[in-house]
Design a protein around this ligand. Sequence first.
Ligand SMILES: Nc1ncnc2c1ncn2[C@@H]1O[C@H](COP(=O)(O)OP(=O)(O)OP(=O)(O)O)[C@@H](O)[C@H]1O
Ligand SMILES: [Mg+2]
Length: 239
Amino acid sequence: MQIEIDRITKLFGATAALHPVSLTIPSGALVSLLGPSGSGKTTLLRILGGLEYPSGGRVLFDGRDATALTVQERRAGFVFQSYALFRHMTVARNIAYGLEARPRALRPPRAEIERRVARLLDLIQLPDIGARYPSQLSGGQRQRVALARALAIEPRMLLLDEPFGALDARVRKELRQGLRDIHDKTGLTTVFVTHDQHEAMELADLVVIMSMGRIEQIGRPQDILERPATSFVRAFIEI
Ligand SMILES: Nc1ncnc2c1ncn2[C@@H]1O[C@H](COP(=O)(O)OP(=O)(O)OP(=O)(O)O)[C@@H](O)[C@H]1O
Ligand SMILES: [Mg+2]
């Protein structure tokens, strides 16, 4: 699905978290929102997912105005840094949660849910952990399960906010590759928030550099590295 962000603004009281921001995310792209703390990355991601409404501007999905759609109607898969899995549910039930919470008429039959959970456990390369509880998993495994849970609802887009922020460097790199593989298999339009420039440059097709609620530069990683558009970008990527 193509996502168009058309002159989106967001005010929190007197604070402008987003000045008019415009951006087109091509269908199937893996895009990174990169910028320092407070630059508006999470706010923009939450507006895409319908967790927050903009003060002005529009969001279009495949050319259709989606600004007023609810979270459910948008069908976004979310993964956050501390996506608390339900501790009293097994991994399999956690993954199935979004499907089982649907009203009966929209809920797939149990056998279909079980098949989907098994497929997703394969996809995250943890086929044997369905019966475990989250407390029996490593941090990296938990984030893989969170990703499977986000995918279970067959989302139209995947929205990730610093999903690997709490993990050590080696696991982080592994999961980055895992996400890239899953993205390439599913072709899902994916928006990935990070403040880690190496992560953004390694992972993304397109990097969007933000500062103080504005977009400083949009480009492919190599273009940004070779031709930083502003002194802010140059300083930020040279850290
Ligand atoms: N619910 C809120 N109420 C008031 N101000 C908010 C709220 N959410 C965000 N802000 C403000 O909006 C600005 C952008 O915040 P945002 O969370 O989008 O930044 P970020 O780029 O995700 O930062 P970080 O890397 O620290 O997560 C900040 O100045 C922040 O204080
Ligand atoms: Mg944030």
